[in-house]
Design a protein around this ligand. Structure first.
Ligand code: ZN
Length: 323
């Protein structure tokens, strides 16, 4: 991949490109942004550009680029762990490795895309402040708050946000997404390209979303048992996702009420019918109920008791709606 093929964040990418082209760079970068925003891809591109010997870095065709792409460059160091976070042992192993000279040329890239625990961050502090000559760090995090202020102060922070809707749609089309799906995936993902691509194949998500819309339809008390039977077989994760989908639908209803654009572009008619049936107070009560059910799941109540509490509010608030 080349910088030209990276969608969006053009000001950020232009600046990084110039820095890496000149070779006069800061020696530690943090790429921060929501999951799916492309921070790992950009960190990899920069780590490769740092080693590239071609004219337009990363060129993709010079010796170092080919070895990075084949996973065989000895000075392209990816720090990984078998646990969920990089620990102090992994950090010490890296520091030992960096005490030796680079194998090829004068440069070395260190890429870290797993979370780093506090002890490991403290262990890396001195190395980040004064890395061995020619060594540059490329680290990613969902939020800058995951890193200690002392670590952050030693890095150049690169913030990545969502893409403009039009750009996100273009990127989806370029990746083979059907033209009629691109606007919906863009809206549902909030312009986070990786999330949009993940959603495209997430049939379980779309099934839960259908259930969420169905649940919000008029619910007679006699049907409560049926609906409860339907959702009580869900595991904790499914129940949490269902409640997320319910919250998304409620937020769309509130957007319609306040003259905004809903995200569920495929359910505009449904949302318009439903928005006439719920007043703002009912929407707030349902939103509170869904959040409370999420909190119950978080406190390890049973899925059934968490969903029951929500369905009782639902019966009360939807009884007036004639579809
Ligand atoms: Zn190259």
């Amino acid at each position: 991949m080349r910088f030209d093929e990276f969608y969006g964040q053009s000001a950020v990418v232009r600046r990084l490109r110039a820095q890496l082209q000149d070779g006069a760079i800061v020696h530690a970068f943090l790429f921060a942004g929501p999951r799916g925003c492309g921070k790992k891809t950009l960190a990899q591109l920069c780590a490769q550009a740092w080693l590239c010997t071609g004219p337009d870095k990363p060129c993709g065709v010079c010796g170092p680029c080919l070895r990075v792409q084949a996973g065989s460059h000895p000075d392209y160091i990816r720090v990984t762990t078998s646990r969920t976070e990089i620990g102090v042992d992994d950090a010490r192993e890296l520091i030992e490795k960096l005490a030796m000279r680079p194998y090829e040329g004068a440069r070395r890239s260190v890429l870290i895309t797993s979370p780093i625990n506090k002890n490991a961050q403290n262990a890396l502090l001195k190395t980040l402040e004064e890395p061995p000559e020619g060594t540059a760090f490329f680290i990613t995090a969902d939020q800058t708050a995951q890193l200690l202020p002392t670590v952050l102060s030693r890095m150049q922070i690169v913030h990545l946000g969502p893409l403009e809707p039009q750009l996100c749609q273009q990127a989806l089309l370029a990746r083979g997404v059907a033209p009629d799906r691109a606007p919906l995936l863009t809206a549902l993902s909030g312009g986070v390209l990786g999330r949009a691509l993940e959603l495209e194949h997430d049939e379980a998500y779309f099934a839960l979303r259908e259930t969420a819309f169905a649940l919000l339809e008029p619910l007679a008390p006699a049907l409560l048992a049926d609906r409860l039977a339907q959702v009580k077989g869900y595991n904790r994760q499914q129940a949490a996702q269902l409640l997320d989908c319910i919250c998304e639908a409620l937020a769309d209803l509130m957007r319609i009420k306040t003259g905004g654009e809903p995200l569920a572009l495929d359910r505009i008619q449904w949302l318009q019918n439903a928005s006439a049936a719920f007043d703002e107070r009912a929407l707030c009560a349902l939103q509170d109920g869904a959040l409370e059910a999420q909190a119950r799941l978080g406190r390890y109540s049973s899925v059934q008791s968490a969903m029951e509490a929500f369905l009782f509010i639902l019966v009360k608030e939807t009884k007036g709606w004639q579809s």
